[in-house]
Design a protein around this ligand. Structure first.
Ligand code: FES
Length: 135
């Protein structure tokens, strides 16, 4: 596991976006880790689509997702094989766990920026379908 940034001892600079370098600084189909006061974020560069960031701890037993196998827009936990979407953080069926996602953007200068504040928690798998059916 390669640590890209360690924010645990660095007070905020007034923004919660951190510069994680350029896309070329991220290994293709790999990840880098951003440690921060709230935990650890895995920043992935999948072969398809833009980079994505999720919590680095698998909700099952804490497996380091940054060490997982990246395939398509998903990662397989290295400990017991649960698969999580990099787009919505949800585990593939039959599992129903989800991991926190973090906003990622690429600046006009080509810098990859990650916000340390997570997006709203992903709903459990299937919850969206229930909500849609209720409308
Ligand atoms: S710790 Fe990730 S599947 Fe068990």
């Amino acid at each position: 596991m390669t640590i890209l940034a360690d924010m645990t001892a660095v007070p905020g600079d007034g923004t919660d976006w951190i510069d994680c370098g350029t896309l070329d600084d991220l290994p293709l189909r790999g990840a880098r880790v951003i440690r921060h006061q709230g935990g650890s974020i895995a920043l992935f560069r999948p072969a398809e689509g833009p980079p994505a960031a999720i919590a680095n701890a698998c909700p099952h037993k804490g497996g380091p997702l940054a060490d997982g196998l990246v395939h398509g827009r998903a990662v397989t936990c290295p400990l017991h094989g649960r698969v999580f979407s990099l787009d919505d953080g949800r585990a593939a069926a039959p599992d129903r766990d989800c991991v926190a996602r973090y906003p990622v953007t690429v600046s006009a200068e080509g810098r990859v920026l990650v916000r340390l504040r997570p997006l709203s928690p992903a709903a459990p798998a299937g919850a969206g379908l229930i909500a849609e059916a209720a409308e």
